[in-house]
Design a protein around this ligand. Structure first.
Ligand code: SF4
Length: 71
């Protein structure tokens, strides 16, 4: 597996939670650009290596990369 950042969904910016600090049992959709089309419901204690740390900013307003991968 590639050596990317693995982390828990609860601390990931793609975790579609309305809480500033989601906990382990919270369930939300993963909004990672390549994964969101699958409408994955993940828990706070789930995780993957597409993890990107949340910033302190609440809400889901971030810029998505504009180039989608070729299918
Ligand atoms: S599945 Fe991966 S990309 Fe999606 S919220 Fe969890 S850690 Fe982030």
């Amino acid at each position: 597996m590639a050596d990317k950042n693995w982390g828990n969904c609860k601390g990931c910016r793609y975790f579609n939670s309305h809480n500033a600090q989601p906990d382990d049992t919270e369930v939300a959709q993963c909004m990672e650009p390549e994964l969101r089309e699958f409408e994955l419901q993940v828990t706070g204690m789930s995780g993957c290596n597409e993890f990107e740390a949340r910033t302190g900013i609440s809400g889901g307003a971030y810029q998505e990369p504009e180039s989608a991968p070729v299918h």
